[in-house]
Structures are given as structure tokens and as C-alpha cells.
Design a protein around this ligand. Structure first.
Ligand SMILES: *Cc1c(COP(=O)(O)O)cnc(C)c1O
Length: 431
């Protein structure tokens, strides 16, 4: 049997990992997963890791869930994939009907894609063409926020605020109007002013409702968002909510827009849509937006955009079963109970520490911001590495340690995550 070192060498020889310096990859003790059970990942040597980042924010119910496995197997016995360009697939229809009952969008229509970034890209193109189709000229720009992250395609990095070493792409980014990030309590106020002043140029406002995840879990109170919806309505600007990270229960409601009192014209969903099983995302358009694209066959009102694996049947089967389980298992009630437990434990054991600057939490999305005494200490990286050594998988955003427990976590697992973090902070911040 090949050992871990062999697998890491084979990996480094042929796989190019995203957001990873490959020259250092093998030396950074990567975990090489072979299988999983529940909320634990198991590596090629049988070591177990509690997945406290939900496999980078996608896993909802857990890994290797018998019901989801069965849904994939049953769909395999019918068909794995057939194109949605001009034709339909039964399971994709059933999924869209089920999603339509729960998304906070009026008269929703679903344009499927495979990644969150593509769902955002689709939202940008739909918003742009919406105005063209209506015969309104000049609506060619977008309002986005400081700290925003919407994925890594050129359109989504243009909306994004940059960072993560992506400044190299600045010459490719198209300009957008930018409101402050959620670390500024006046972000929404400024955005409302910008909407009023620039409405005639704006195709859409694009926002991550409630939580800016990649910004380091920056948050605003739910009540802060309503004025933005009002401004968009009054000035006739489309509102796009990017719920790729916040969707599917992460913040304590199925979608964060519900808490914020937002009913977006367009919504992007992804990550948790299949419970973390398969690559699927979707752009959800309201009836008002969708109907602007209706016209004669082959006319220019058509949305000429599509992806090969749009509405993939295997992914749709898992996503449909996932939605049912969410209800059957009372997942949201567990999210709220575990979130309260986590909040209390963090307040008691982590917040008082001198190494910690701030803790931000909404549901089971948490950022523990460390306070290194000077630059270059890489506390975030070192604390997470210490945690992984003790069997709890974490990954930082700079010096913010992200905790994103799987939504079905037990109270023992939440205790274990916090106890391990406590120990990891001590070890990772020692000189
Ligand atoms: C992860 C993320 C995306 C991009 O999704 P991918 O599936 O990684 O392309 C977009 N928006 C937000 C808010 C995200 O967190």
C-alpha cells in the first residue's frame, strides 16, 4: 500500500491545486482524502479529520450520506446527463419545481450551471440583457461592495474587491461602482446613495446578503439591508443576491435574503445546493426578469448563454433529495441550536484570549480574527495547521480562522472543534 508521502508526491506531480503555491504544496502537510463517514474525512492512511470547514463551504448534511448516495445510484440507473439546451430532463424539472417553492424570488426560473462563479456570470449577463431587451440604453455597469467575493471568472473578479493575490488580473477587470465593505457600518447607506445617483447607468446591484464570507466573515445586521431593496425598487435597478455561500441553511434560514427582507430580482445559488456532492449552481430569475427575454423564436431577445453540464441529471437527483432531507431532518433547527452553543463556547473560551481580535458569527458561519503583533507571522496558517494536526480540518482566510461546521454537527463535535481551536491558538501563535 502506498503511504501518504507517495500520494502527496504523485499529487504534486500532476494535480494543480487552486489558490495554492505548488512549489510549497507538498511541504504544507496536505490531507489526502480517500473516503469519508458523516462529518469525518479519512485519509489514505486511515487518519480521521473532523471537517470543520464543510469542505470549503459546500457540505451540508455530511459526507457519504446513505440517502444522497442512493439518490445518485437510482438516477444512474436512468440517465447521468442529457443537455438542457433546447430539451428537458425529468429530474431537473422536478428539482426546479422543488426549488421554486423555497427560493425568496417571485415567479422563479432557473438557469443551471456548474459553479458559483458561472451562476454569478450568468446573473451579470441576464441583468445586462434585461435592459437591452426592454429598450433601455446605458444600463451597462454594476454596483458591488468592498470586500465582495463572487468567484474567479473575469466577470466575477470584476465584481469582487480583489485580494487573495489576484491583483495581477487588475488590467482585465471591468470597472464597477463600489460601496464600502460590510466592515463599514455605513456600507448600505452609501450604496443607497450610489443607487440614487447612478440609477441610469446601473444594470444591477450585486450583494452577498448578511455575510461577506471570503472577506473574512464580515457581517451586517439583517435589518440593515431593507433600504437597499427599497432604493433598487424606487430607482428601477435590478437587485442580485449572491447566496452561493449563504444559501442552504448556513446562516440559520434556508436563504439569508429571508432574514434581510430581500426578494432579489436575480439570485445566484451554488455550493450547498447538492449538499456538497456534485458540481451544480443556478441563476434564479424572477418572472419580471425572465419575461423580458420572451419573443419570437430565434430572435435577439433570447439569452444566448449555456453550459455543457447545465442541469446535470445526477446532480439534480442529489439536489432534490437533499432538499427533502433538509426538511425531514429538521436541519435548520439543528443549525440554530448548534449556532447558539458555538456562540457561547467561543465567547467563553476564545474571545477573551489576547491572540484574538474579534469573533463574527451568523448561524454556522464564523470568523475568528487573530491579532498578530506584527505582519508576516502567518498566524492564520499556523493555527489551522496545528488544528489539522489534532484532527480538525480548518482553513484560514489570512489571519481569520474560518469555522464552518457541517449543518448536522452534534454538540460533542462543536465542543471538540472549540477545544481543538483553543489548543491550536496556543500552539500556532507560539514563537
Ligand atoms: C464560493 C463563492 C462563489 C464562487 O463559487 P464557485 O463554485 O467557487 O465558483 C461566489 N460567490 C460567493 C459568495 C462564494 O462564496
Amino acid at each position: 500500500m502506498a503511504d501518504l508521502g507517495d500520494w502527496i508526491a504523485r499529487d504534486a506531480a500532476v494535480v494543480w491545486h487552486g489558490f495554492t503555491q505548488m512549489a510549497a504544496y507538498a511541504d504544507n502537510a496536505p490531507v489526502i482524502v480517500e473516503r469519508a463517514e458523516g462529518r469525518e474525512l479519512i485519509d489514505v492512511e486511515g487518519h480521521r479529520y473532523l471537517d470543520a470547514i464543510s469542505s470549503l463551504w459546500v457540505t451540508t448534511l455530511g459526507h457519504h450520506i446513505p440517502e444522497l448516495d442512493a439518490a445518485a445510484r437510482e438516477q444512474l440507473d436512468r440517465v447521468a446527463h442529457s443537455t438542457l439546451l433546447g430539451n428537458g430532463n425529468r429530474i431537473t424539472i422536478e428539482l426546479a419545481e422543488a426549488l421554486a417553492r423555497v427560493v425568496p424570488v417571485d415567479g422563479p426560473h432557473f438557469l443551471f450551471a456548474s459553479d458559483g462563479a458561472a451562476a454569478v456570470e450568468q446573473a451579470l449577463k441576464i441583468a445586462f440583457q434585461y435592459w437591452t431587451n426592454r429598450g433601455v440604453a446605458g444600463r451597462t455597469t454594476y454596483l458591488a461592495f468592498g470586500g465582495a467575493y463572487h468567484g474567479d471568472t473575469i466577470g466575477s473578479i470584476s465584481l469582487g474587491a480583489g485580494g487573495f493575490g489576484t491583483d495581477v488580473f487588475d488590467p482585465l477587470r471591468f470597472p464597477v461602482l463600489r460601496a464600502p465593505g460590510f466592515d463599514d457600518p455605513h456600507a448600505i447607506e452609501v450604496a443607497v446613495e450610489l443607487v440614487a445617483r447612478h440609477a441610469s447607468e446601473l444594470a444591477a446591484v450585486v450583494i452577498e446578503p448578511l455575510v461577506q464570507g471570503a472577506a473574512g466573515m464580515e457581517m451586517l445586521p439583517a435589518a440593515a439591508f431593507a433600504p437597499l431593496a427599497t432604493a433598487c425598487r424606487e430607482h428601477d435597478v435590478l437587485l442580485v443576491c449572491d447566496e452561493v455561500a449563504t444559501g442552504f441553511g448556513r446562516t440559520g434560514t434556508l436563504f439569508a435574503s429571508e432574514q434581510c427582507g430581500l426578494r432579489p430580482d436575480i439570485m445566484a445559488i451554488g455550493k450547498g445546493i447538492t449538499g456538497g456532492y456534485l458540481a451544480m449552481a443556478a441563476t434564479v430569475a424572477s418572472e419580471r426578469v425572465f419575461s423580458a427575454f420572451l419573443g419570437p423564436d430565434l430572435s435577439e431577445r433570447t439569452l444566448y448563454h449555456g453550459h455543457s453540464y447545465s442541469g446535470n441529471a445526477l446532480a439534480a437527483a442529489v439536489a432534490l433529495r437533499h432538499l427533502e432531507l433538509f426538511e425531514e431532518w429538521g436541519v435548520l433547527a439543528n443549525v440554530r441550536a448548534r449556532a447558539e452553543q458555538l456562540r457561547a463556547l467561543l465567547a467563553e473560551r476564545i474571545a477573551p484570549r489576547a491572540e484574538v481580535r474579534a469573533i463574527r458569527q451568523q448561524g454556522l458561519m464564523v470568523g475568528v480574527e487573530l491579532a498578530p503583533p506584527r505582519d508576516g507571522l502567518r498566524w492564520g496558517r499556523r493555527v489551522c495547521a496545528a488544528s489539522v494536526r489534532h484532527g480538525v480540518l480548518l482553513r484560514p482566510l489570512g489571519d481569520v480562522v474560518v469555522l464552518m461546521p457541517i449543518l448536522t454537527s452534534t454538540s460533542e463535535e462543536i465542543e471538540h472543534i472549540v477545544a481543538t481551536l483553543e489548543r491550536a491558538i496556543t500552539e500556532g501563535t507560539a514563537e
